[in-house]
Design a protein around this ligand. Structure first.
Ligand SMILES: [Zn+2]
Ligand SMILES: [Zn+2]
Length: 257
């Protein structure tokens, strides 16, 4: 079993820190882990986040507190860890916030090093970080945000930059749902994922990190992805070693049901 989405961001770039993720994987019966970092951690991606910082002081301060490393630090860790032996298979990659105006920058950074995988994410809609605080949704046009979210996601997939699509309906994080029916959008998304040979995450991230009751993507999206044979991989979206493998087996069971 594989957990394809594990953040290492809350500890130092040392073998000891990585060992903690490996140890938890072993104890959970997971034999392959995808370890990653957010693009917002690295100063090389800074131009992408100008619109995010302009949007509000809250977001500017949030961004400044996160963007403290060079991608070279991460690459050095990966190179060092690839020379070590671990009892589980490790893949190394990035979770990249997708911004359509920065495809060239994203491509350049992904191509300058041999990452094992990359997942694209929509975390920002016209500068709005929709998954930060519930009150930020006050007075928002929900249908409009959903429309923009999925328009961006389609462009993300069509860009061909990524091997996978992270948490494809995380926009529901604070329980806002559109009036419009998204069935056609999900069909389109499934077709584009298949055309690009990309996988979609069945992510327990909202359940794990937001206490969200629905585990993984919504039932309509899941049914369409399954019917169209989209490659689906299970992701904990763990942000600490203890959460490696969280919900993975439960999501697999649900998928087979
Ligand atoms: Zn994410
Ligand atoms: Zn993540």
């Amino acid at each position: 079993m594989t957990d394809v989405h594990i953040h290492i961001e809350r500890g130092p770039y040392t073998k000891e820190w990585i060992d903690r993720f490996v140890k938890q994987a072993v104890s959970m019966g997971i034999d392959e882990i995808y370890l990653l970092e957010h693009s917002h951690r690295f100063i090389e991606f800074a131009p992408m986040y100008a619109s995010v910082c302009e949007y509000s002081d809250y977001q500017k301060n949030w961004y400044k507190s996160k963007a403290t490393l060079s991608i070279k630090d991460f690459q050095a860790l990966i190179t060092e860890m690839r020379s070590r032996e671990f009892p589980v298979k490790i893949k190394w990659g990035l979770e990249v916030c997708y911004f359509p105006d920065f495809e060239e920058l994203i491509g350049d950074i992904l191509n300058c090093f041999t990452f094992d995988f990359s997942v694209g994410s929509i975390h920002w809609v016209n500068g709005f970080g929709f998954d930060h605080k519930a009150e930020f949704w006050n007075n928002m046009d929900i249908d409009q945000i959903y429309f923009q979210y999925y328009s961006l996601m389609l462009r993300l997939v069509k860009s061909g930059l990524f091997s996978g699509l992270a948490h494809p309906d995380s926009i529901k994080c604070f329980h806002h749902y559109p009036v419009q029916d998204l069935t056609d959008t999900y069909h389109l998304l499934a077709d584009e994922l298949n055309a690009r040979h990309m996988y979609a995450e069945q992510s327990g991230g909202l359940a794990l990190n937001y206490g969200f009751e629905e585990l993984g993507m919504n039932q309509t999206m899941l049914r369409i992805f399954k019917n169209k044979n989209v490659a689906i991989r299970f992701a904990s979206d763990a942000h600490k070693p203890e959460d490696v493998g969280a919900n993975i087996f439960k999501m697999q069971e649900m998928m087979q049901a």
